[in-house]
Design a binder for this molecule. Structure first.
Ligand code: PNS
Length: 167
């Protein structure tokens, strides 16, 4: 059995940028846990259960991946799962500073836990959970940027029916 890697995040909601990263991480790490953070300081649009449901649906049929939740410190969850690797995606320079801080803090807390960065595919550089939520809120077209299940859930959250197209 290869090393267990954890891909943690808010996933509020999962985007195709996350999906791309999961598929590429699975080529490196045969066992990957996508871990939804429960007690994030941001105010999430979706509950942890909804975020897990969307990920589970989007990842149906994908081998080697598990969806889970965690609360508290990521290093404690990693220890509990006996994982040795944290996977994080990097989009542009703007991601770097925060990721750099987090990786170093995590290394200080758990020196044996390695953070592994992967570049997000260039077609997803501008995609974030935040921007897709905002565009969807104003009824803009986000098809192709998120899995189908997320399109449906965002429409429902914004009070629109499935057949109502973006204006
Ligand atoms: O998708 P996000 O919001 O960029 O994910 C950030 C996340 C959830 C991975 C990060 O905030 C986290 O690990 N939170 C758990 C608390 C923790 O361990 N903090 C210490 C790292 S500085």
């Amino acid at each position: 059995m290869g090393a267990l890697a954890i891909y943690p995040g808010s996933f509020d909601p999962v985007t195709n940028g996350h999906m791309d990263l999961i598929h590429r991480a699975l080529k490196v790490f045969p066992r990957l846990v996508v871990a939804v953070a429960v007690n994030i300081r941001k105010h999430p649009m979706f509950t942890p259960e909804e975020r897990v449901e969307m990920l589970t649906e989007a990842l149906r049929g994908v081998n080697g991946v598990e969806v889970d939740t965690f609360s508290g410190l990521l290093v404690d969850y990693a220890r509990h799962r006996q994982a040795s690797i944290i996977v994080r995606g990097l989009r542009a320079l703007s991601d770097f500073e925060n990721e750099f801080q987090m990786a170093h803090m995590n290394r200080r807390l758990a020196p044996k836990l390695e953070t592994f960065f992967m570049m997000t595919g260039q077609e997803h550089f501008y995609v974030s959970s935040q921007t897709v939520k905002e565009v969807a809120f104003f009824n803009g077209d986000i098809s192709g940027l998120v899995p189908e299940v997320v399109l449906d859930r965002l429409r429902a959250k914004n009070g629109r029916s499935k057949d109502q197209p973006a204006e």
